[in-house]
Design a protein around this ligand. Structure first.
Ligand code: ARG
Length: 411
C-alpha cells in the first residue's frame, strides 16, 4: 500500500502524521509544513472506525498539502491482534471501560513506525492534546518501536488550538467543513466508540441521545433476541453456528447487540495524566463478547487459575490503558493468558434485551462443572461427610487466633 517517494530532495525533512481526516489533523498538515519546513506524509489507519472511505480521506490529505498520503486497512490485524487479546483478558479498565481507544493506539503506532522507516522520516506527528492518554500511548509506543524518530505534536507543542485551526483552514481555503464538527470529541473503532467534551463535562448532566452512534436507545422496547457464541481456546470463532473471523464476529455483534442498546457506559475515569474525566463509551460487540467469554471461563477454568487470571487480566488492562502495550510485562502476561485459555472451549447462549447482554446458558466438553457433584437431587456423588472435617480444619487458624484475643482481652 505504501510507495517510496523519489521526487524530494534529500535535504527536505519528512514528517509522518497520524491522520484521521478530521479538522485538526487536516490543518496539521499545513501547520507542520509552516512550522518545520518539512514535507508531510499523512498516514490514515483503518481500525474499523467506519464513516468515510480511505480513498476520500487520502484525497483530502493531498488537497490539504500532504506530499504523500498512505492508507492502511488494519481492521483484521486490529481485531485479531489487539481486540482478541483484550477479550482474553476480559479487559475492563476500572471494571467498566473496554479499552477502545487504548487498544487502537498501538496498532497505529506500529504503522507509523513502519512508514517512517520506509520513507526515511525523522519525525512523527500526532494531533493529541497534552491532557489525554493518547499522547502517552503514541509516544511511549514510538519510543519502543522507533527510538530514532522525534515527535512533534502541533496541538500540544505549538499552540494549534481549535480556534486557530478553524482560522487556518479558512485562510488557506482547505476543503474541510468546519461547521460539521460535532460538539463531542469522538474516537471510534471496531471495538467501540468513545465520546468526551460538550455537555458531558457537567458530570451531573445525563448524556443526550445525540452522543450515541453505535447503539439504539435501550428503552425502545425491541423484542429480546438470543444468540449463541462459540469459543475455541478462549477466542470466539462462531456465531449461531456460522464460522466467522474475529473482525466479522465483532462487527456482527456490534450491529446485533447495538440494536438492543447493549454496551452503553457512562463513567468518570482516572486518566494517566492525573485528571478525572467523564466518558461515554459504546461497545455492544465487546461487552457481549466479554460477558460470554467470562462465563465460559467460569465453567472451564480451575478455581485457582481463574482467580489468578482475573488479577493478571486486570494488570494487563492497566498496562494497556497506561500506554505500555510494548512492554515486557504486557507480553509476559499475555503468554500466561494464552496458556490459561487452553480449555476455554465451548458455547455460550446470550440474551440481548433492553440494553443488557445476559448469559442464559453455557456448554462445553471441557467443562469442570460436574452435575453429579453439584446436584441436590438423586444421583448426588458428593460425599457430604468429608465436609465436616474439612470445615473444622479450615477454620482452625482463625479459631485459635480468636481464642488468644479473647484471653488477652480478659486479662
Ligand atoms: N479516555 C479514553 C482513553 O483514554 C478515550 C480517549 C478518546 N480519545 C479521543 N481523542 N476522544 O482511552
Amino acid at each position: 500500500m505504501t510507495q517510496r517517494s523519489t521526487a524530494q530532495s534529500s535535504t527536505t525533512q519528512r514528517v509522518v502524521l497520524a491522520y484521521s481526516g478530521g479538522l485538526d489533523t487536516s490543518v496539521a498538515i499545513g501547520w507542520i509544513g509552516e512550522q518545520t519546513g518539512a514535507e508531510v506524509i499523512a498516514l490514515a489507519v483503518d481500525v474499523g472506525q467506519g464513516g468515510e472511505d480511505l480513498e476520500t480521506i487520502k484525497a483530502r490529505a493531498l488537497a490539504c498539502g500532504a506530499a504523500q498520503a498512505v492508507v492502511v486497512d488494519a481492521r483484521e490485524e486490529f481485531a485479531a491482534g489487539y481486540c482478541m487479546p483484550a477479550l482474553r483478558a476480559n479487559a475492563l479498565y476500572m471494571d467498566k471501560y473496554p479499552l477502545v481507544s487504548a487498544l487502537s493506539r498501538p496498532v497505529i503506532v506500529a504503522h507509523l513506525a513502519r512508514v517512517a522507516r520506509e520513507h526515511g522520516a525523522s519525525v512523527v506527528s500526532h494531533g493529541c492534546t497534552g491532557k489525554g492518554n493518547d499522547q502517552v500511548r503514541f509516544e511511549v509506543g514510538l519510543a519502543a518501536l522507533a527510538p530514532e524518530v522525534t515527535v512533534f505534536a502541533p496541538v500540544r507543542d505549538s499552540g494549534m488550538t481549535r480556534d486557530k485551526a478553524i482560522e487556518f483552514a479558512a485562510a488557506k481555503g482547505l476543503p474541510i467543513d468546519v461547521t460539521a464538527k460535532s460538539p463531542y470529541s469522538i474516537d471510534q473503532n471496531v471495538w467501540g466508540r468513545s465520546a468526551e467534551t460538550g455537555h458531558l463535562e457537567d458530570i451531573w448532566e445525563a448524556p443526550h441521545e445525540d452522543v450515541y452512534g453505535y447503539t439504539s436507545n435501550p428503552g425502545l422496547g425491541k423484542q429480546a433476541e438470543e444468540i449463541v457464541i462459540g469459543f475455541t481456546d478462549g477466542l470466539p470463532d462462531s456465531l449461531d453456528g456460522r464460522s466467522l473471523s474475529p473482525l466479522e464476529i465483532i462487527s456482527e455483534l456490534n450491529a446485533l447487540a447495538g440494536a438492543h442498546g447493549v454496551g452503553r457506559i457512562d463513567m468518570v475515569e482516572d486518566r494517566l495524566v492525573g485528571i478525572k474525566s467523564r466518558e461515554i463509551y459504546e461497545a455492544p460487540g465487546a461487552m457481549t463478547l466479554i460477558a460470554a467469554h467470562a462465563e465460559l471461563e467460569n465453567t472451564c477454568l480451575e478455581r485457582d487459575l481463574a482467580r489468578f487470571k482475573r488479577m493478571a487480566g486486570q494488570r494487563w488492562t492497566e498496562l494497556v490503558y497506561d500506554g505500555l502495550w510494548f512492554s515486557p510485562l504486557r507480553e509476559s502476561l499475555e503468554a500466561f493468558m494464552i496458556a490459561a485459555s487452553k480449555n476455554v472451549t465451548g458455547e455460550v447462549r446470550v440474551r440481548l434485551e433492553s440494553g443488557r447482554a445476559v448469559v442464559t446458558g453455557r456448554r462445553s466438553a471441557l467443562a469442570l462443572y460436574d452435575y453429579g457433584l453439584a446436584t441436590y437431587d438423586t444421583g448426588d456423588m458428593f460425599d457430604q461427610q468429608l465436609s465436616k472435617g474439612f470445615v473444622e480444619l479450615w477454620g482452625l487458624p482463625s479459631k485459635i487466633a480468636a481464642q488468644r484475643d479473647r484471653k488477652a482481652a480478659a486479662s
